[in-house]
Design a protein around this ligand. Structure first.
Ligand code: TXA
Ligand code: MG
Length: 326
């Protein structure tokens, strides 16, 4: 039996140079960011971008985030306003994505899925940064997992999350260690009069509002005309069903806990009750219990503030029944 698996290559200057060349040549590379691992392609190469959608079985109406090395490169890709400059100054490089009017016509229309906006982000991970500097092109990169499933927060997760190179997956996985933030970037739409929070993520809504004032809440996620097409109800889904607000485990359940009061048998997202630590552990701990001997995952309540809002958003979507997926 042939094993079709992308090689996991420790990120160093040689492998980063080779990965950058691979991107410029139209290939797919999985790489670490501080949030989750991304599946990267040259955003100006429509064929490469098409292969990203195919590898993930991602619906083509769901646009991708373009990753660039610094704010100047982001300003070349999309049209900034004062609010965008304030947020970029406060949070980049880092886990924040800004949705702005498209500017760089070289970026494939497929990236923004027919919208007249573009999502841009300057990642803070040193490997992602070095890769973007060497590639010299904007890199479109969704999370490196099949559409609707849980995002990878370690190189080893990517192998189990995507097809291998022989069947449309990435040719290589750059290993930069576990992701320190652990939940995806916060997405803010600045293309409208009032900034809209499209996705809770690694930068808290509270911190963003301290810089630019009130954010409008995410639009309702049911119905066809979604402002952020990626905000599907069922998402981030493990294989096993999830039960929220548990206080203990029922027979067959794994129990994910939070804080010092969680029962001793719980796998604790953060023993000390630290939301940053819980976010960094969330996806890898769900993966660790997502199968035999368990037949379901029970999760205790996590405070709905700061990073807890991103954690609860992921848990709520992961817990949606399967027939709600789209
Ligand atoms: O942390 C992250 O953001 C990771 C790492 C790899 O950077 N990427 C990531 O990408 O989570 P993805 O594709 O899994 O999620 C991107 C989200 C989706 O919900 C998508 O709908 C939204 O961003 N998005 C992208 N472009 C958009 C646009 N032009 N307007 C509104 N939403 C957009
Ligand atoms: Mg994703």
């Amino acid at each position: 039996m042939t094993k079709d698996r992308a090689p996991i290559i420790p990120a160093d200057s040689i492998s980063i140079t080779s990965a950058a060349k691979h991107l410029r040549d139209g290939g797919l590379v999985a790489f670490p960011t501080e949030t989750v691992y991304g599946l990267g392609a040259d955003a100006t190469n429509g064929d490469a971008v098409t292969r990203v959608f195919a590898a993930k079985q991602r619906p083509q109406f769901n646009p991708l985030i373009v990753h660039v090395k610094d704010t100047a490169a982001a300003e070349a890709a999309a049209t900034f306003n004062d609010t965008a400059r304030k947020l970029a100054g406060a949070f980049w490089p880092g886990p924040l994505t800004l949705v702005l009017p498209r500017r760089d016509e070289r970026i494939s229309l497929l990236v923004s899925a027919g919208l007249d906006t573009l999502a841009v982000r300057v990642p803070g991970h040193p490997v992602a940064h070095a890769l973007l500097v060497e590639a010299g092109v904007p890199v479109a990169a969704p999370s490196a997992n099949m559409a609707g499933r849980i995002s990878p927060t370690a190189a080893g997760h990517v192998v189990f999350s995507l097809p291998g190179p022989g069947t449309g997956g990435p040719d290589m996985i750059l290993d930069g260690g576990p992701c320190t933030v652990g939940v995806e970037s916060t997405v803010v739409d600045l293309s409208t009069a009032v900034p809209v929070l499209l996705r809770h993520g690694g930068v808290t809504a509270e911190d963003i509002e301290a810089v630019i004032g009130p954010l409008a809440p995410p639009p309702a996620t049911n119905g066809e005309a979604k402002k952020s097409p990626g905000m599907l109800e069922r998402h981030y889904a493990p294989a096993l069903p999830i039960r929220l607000d548990a206080i203990d485990a029922r027979p067959g359940e794994a129990l994910l806990g939070f804080g010092p009061d969680a029962p001793i048998e719980a796998i604790n997202l953060s023993q000390s009750g630290d939301l940053s630590e819980a976010a960094a552990n969330l996806f890898s701990m769900i993966r660790a219990v997502d199968g035999p001997p368990f037949d379901a995952i029970a999760v205790m309540a996590v405070p709905d503030q700061g990073l807890g809002r991103a954690i609860n958003d992921r848990l709520r979507r992961a817990a949606q029944p399967k027939d709600r997926s789209s």
